[in-house]
Design a protein around this ligand. Structure first.
Ligand code: SAM
Length: 284
């Protein structure tokens, strides 16, 4: 694929590129091949693609996978991919906002014969919302290969005591293992985004080593302890939850955690352990 071919398809179908839907079409065939290779796609898996756009990635997915189910929000792109794949009975196109989809119901209806993975060049304006929706709502999806803005990829894979480590890193690394697999320059897309991109391979953990006693509380705790990066963990806890100085000191001392530590210095499991301690203290 090159710019001229992309423009030809846009002209052929009389469709325009819509910035508001995060449309940056991946033109680089090598990257498409690499995405499919690292996803280990075979006829033994079904794939969900979020935002097929003009269908360049879909084309490779449908050859390798058992079935591909695509969610597309833009009616013009739906027209393009419906036409391109009208003779492929293993491609299912859904004209729908993915954020409103009932993922597991759709999987039960269309993809219930094989394990399901997600492979997508995500619309960047809703990357985090899409990842969190999948983590929270789908019990079937166990792996995702997703292209996103490099900065978000760095955060998702961020390690403690680095500038990239935040509540999103902790949430993702609690449920999954994440690996930044491919860095992708802006020139691989049409139109060029004004940021660099990266493909992240996300695998859901079968067993969570340090499980939260209450996941909803853990998620809230995780948000609150990172709310103000410049403040200490103790201050964030005091401000965010209104916990007493005494309770905070007791729990931090018990866990050998300095009262002056910043949250970013804590490992994921340390944050879970602390969340469990505060949860228990509140629910005695
Ligand atoms: N897969 C194509 C590619 O790799 O060239 C297009 C990727 S483009 C970055 C993102 C795609 O997601 C666009 O086709 C856009 O219309 C679609 N999209 C944006 N928001 C969406 C949403 N909420 N639900 C489903 N698709 C969406």
């Amino acid at each position: 694929m090159n710019i001229n071919e992309v423009k030809q398809i846009l002209n052929k179908y009389y469709v325009s590129v819509k910035k508001q839907f995060g449309q940056n079409f991946l033109m680089d065939n090598n990257i498409i091949t690499k995405i499919c290779d690292i996803s280990n796609i075979t006829k033994e898996v079904n794939v969900i693609e979020i935002g097929p756009g003009l269908g360049f990635l879909t084309q490779e997915l449908k050859v390798r996978a058992n079935k591909v189910m695509c969610y597309e929000i833009d009616s013009e792109m739906v027209k393009v991919v419906t036409n391109r794949f009208e003779n492929d009975d293993n491609v299912i196109i859904k004209y729908q906002d993915f954020l409103k989809a009932n993922i597991d119901k759709d999987i039960e209806n269309y993809l219930n014969d094989k394990p399901v993975i997600v492979v997508a060049n995500l619309p960047y304006y809703i990357t985090t919302a899409i990842l969190i929706k999948i983590l929270e709502e789908s019990k079937y999806i166990k792996q995702m290969t997703v292209m996103m803005q490099l900065e978000v990829a760095d955060r998702i894979c961020g390690k403690p005591s680095t500038k990239d480590y935040n509540s999103l890193s902790v949430l993702m690394q609690y449920f999954t293992t994440c690996r930044l697999a491919i860095k992708v320059g802006a020139g691989c897309f049409y139109p060029e985004p004004n940021v660099d991109s990266a493909v992240v391979l996300v695998k859901h953990k079968d067993i969570i080593d340090y499980p939260a006693l209450n996941e909803e509380y853990f998620k809230k705790f995780n948000r609150i302890v990172f709310a103000q990066r410049r403040k200490t963990l103790a201050n964030n806890l005091k401000q965010g939850f209104g916990y007493s100085k005494e309770l905070i000191e007791n729990i931090l001392n018990k866990n050998n955690i300095s009262l002056t530590i910043r949250t970013e210095a804590l490992k994921v499991e340390e944050i879970v352990i602390l969340a469990n301690e505060f949860y228990l203290a509140q629910n005695k």
